[in-house]
Structure formats: C-alpha cells, structure tokens
Design a protein around this ligand. Sequence first.
Ligand code: MV4
Length: 448
Amino acid sequence: MFKKILIANRGEIAVRIHRTCREMGISTVAVHSEADASALHVKLATESVCIGGNAAKDSYLNIPAILSAAEVTDAEAIHPGYGFLSENSKFAEITGKLGFTFIGPKPEHIVAMGDKITAIQTVKKYGLPTVPGSDGVLDDVEQAVEVAERIGYPVIVKATSGGGGKGMKVAHSTQALRQAFHIAMSEAQANFGDNRVYLEKFLEQPRHVEVQVLCDSHGNVSILGERDCSLQRRHQKIIEETPSPAVTDPMREKLFEQVARVCQGMGYLGAGTFEFLYEKGEFYFIEMNTRLQVEHPVTEMVTGIDLVAEQIRIAFGEKLRYPIHSVTPRGHSIECRINAEDPEKFYPSPGKVTEYFAPGGPGVRVDSCLYPGYSVPPYYDPTVGKLIVHGATREECVARLKRALEEFVVGGIKTNIPLHRKLVATNAFLKGEYTIHSLEHYLQTGRL
Ligand code: MV4
C-alpha cells in the first residue's frame, strides 16, 4: 500500500480524506494557501506545505506548486478531492507522467465526460437512456428549430463544455429558441472558449437522481446505489439522501444494470457518478462526474463502504472487495450541507467561529473543518461541513436529523442550519415529495 499521500484540497473534504488515510496507516501531506495555515486539514496532516497565495489559482489550482510539494515530501499518490483540480485531465496526466499515482479515473475518461456531448454519446452507445434531443452539436439555428419541432417544446439549449447549470437556456417557442440559441452560443464561447451547443427536450418537474459507481483496474464494477439531490438552490445542492424516496425497486434494478454495462464497456476506473433526471418513472442521463462527490457520505452510511479507502485501493491496483450484486444498502441516510452563509439572503458569512458544538449520538456523523477559534476565510466555497444521519427507515432518519439539527451550535458566523431546521419540518420533505424546483419555490413562498 502507499505510505504517503498528498491531499490536493482543503476544508472538510481534505479532513475526510486524511481520516481514511490514517486508518489505512498512510501518512498525509496537506497543502495550503497562506490564509489556510491554521486550517484543520493542516493541523491534522502528518506534514504540510504552503503552496501559495489565497486566490485558488495561486494555491489549490497551482499545478507546479502542488507537484513540487509532492516531490519534496516524497508522496507517492495525490488525492484531488472534489472541485479544484479533481476533474482537470491535464493535472491527472502530468501527475502520472511524473511518477505519482493520481487517485481518480484515467485522464481520457475525464476528458470524455467533461465534454457533455461526448458523455451522452458514450453512455448512449452502451445503452443508457438519454433525453430526446439533437444527439450532438447543433450546426446552426435552423437545425435547432427543426429538432425542437420534432421533439416538441419546451426545449433547453446547453453548452457542450458546460455542466453544473452553466450555459443553459430554456425556450418555449420557435421565436424564443432563435434568441436562446444565439445567446447560449455566445455565452458558451465567453465562459468556456467553446461555442458548441446541443438541444434537449426540457423536463419541467424532474428530480435529480445520481448513481454511485466504483470500478477497479481488473474489470470489476460495483454499483453503490443512488442519491436524490433534488433539493438545491442555483445548482448548489443543500440536502441529499439515499435511497431516493421516488425510485421504485424495479426501476432501480433496471437502472443499475444499465449503468454497470456502461462502466464495463468504457473500462472506467475509480469512483464516478452518473447523473440523471427522473420524471414520471423514467430516467434520463444528463452528465457524469469523474470525482468523489460532496454527498458521498450518504452512500457510505447505507453501504458501510468507505469510498475514499476504495479509491485508494483501486489506485494502488487492488481488486474491488465489493463485486456487483454483493452490496445490499441498509436503511436510509440524509445529508445537510452546512454553509457559512446567511440562511435567508445567502451572502457569504466568513469570520471567527466563537462557539462550536457538533451533534453526536446514534446514527449521526459530522464531516466538518470547523473548530472553536477557527476563522473561516472569505476566499473559498461556503460549505464548511456536512451533517449526515442514518436510520433504519426514512422516518427514523428524519427524526434523527431533526434532533441533530437542534443540537448543532455554530457561533460567531452565520450558517444555513436555521434553514435546514425549517426545511426538514415541512410536510413535503417528510413525505419525500420534492423536485429540483422545490427549494427555490420554498424560498419564494414559504412552502416546499
Ligand atoms: C435539464 C433540466 C431539464 N431538462 N435538462 C441543470 C444542471 C445540469 N446538471 C443540468 N441541469 C438541468 N438540465 C433537461 N433536458 C433541468 C436542469 C436543472 C437542474 C438539474 C439538476 C438539478 C437541479 C437543476 C436545477 C435547474 C435546472
């Protein structure tokens, strides 16, 4: 096994990865910006290297500085976490060329899935259902109109280099589509340096359901269940759960078979997530993420599998210990993302944490980078932690979640904990009845 791993990230995920490394007897190297010198991930690590200034481009996105840190500390492998360099194929490639192991998929799969059209065409080839649409890049506005007439309005124009909600335009009529097409193309060019766009039927009330996979270098594939991540605001998820309250057993079984076939066909390596829209009992693939995700702990809670440990073992060349059909999820798990932000107006709330008490007890897990006296810097993502709960049933899980949210104390900064307390008390949440639009609807009307 590796003796030393460099964690090329910060915050709660750097802490999360460190914990598994230590359990596996692996030393850790933390990298950090100047502002993060007293961050928890630095305090916990076996050793640490300051890699640059506070702007992410000077530190957590600074490839030469990170690789130099790996070199001088004799790290054997690099775990990129999520965000930052985790889906940068150049970084994955250079890491490998310099003789370090990138704990993640092959660079060519990062490239392929980063291009949404290629991603859709790849999974479609292996039999996944996709959204009716242009099935490739639109050459001009007339072709867009033609496809829309064929599949019917409303439609959505998406940037092929987009993802995560950037560069999308919805159109309900031919006239609106003509405008949307040109706006989408120029925004795609401006944001991604790539003006290619494609078109899909716009699904109006879907849920966001994603499937977690693990694949080893020996051709073994493991499907670790789905997560429902519909509760989001401006494409930032805030509550995730597994299993999805909306997915039936036969639908799930069929979907997992299809996803496993895609993984086998592609020869995918490592952890990955297939994202679907789920509406009226049908799944439609939209994107794939080639990284560990923020919400991975809910999958860990119901499967008992440490996803980071599996990523590390896979990268080392070991065989999956959980072959397909050997994993039976147990119970229910829900995660609330804890953000340092105003719970009503959503502006960031960095600053000193004066009080901190994390809930515990049966079925409760907190992944956080907070401690009393810590100053949340203003330069990075507002997610400072996650509360994850497990219960034998969804009912028990929700009761635990409510109780844990009551206990949670973070003083000195604003957090979204008060918003979570209100959301989990709504009838719609209790019943598991929500779509990707529910949270924004709730914020406007007070009803989920
Ligand atoms: C869609 C859609 C409706 N129909 N595609 C947003 C982010 C990106 N991952 C894809 N997104 C969407 N694609 C079709 N054909 C609605 C969304 C969407 C969404 C998707 C998942 C989670 C939250 C969302 C919020 C708004 C829109």
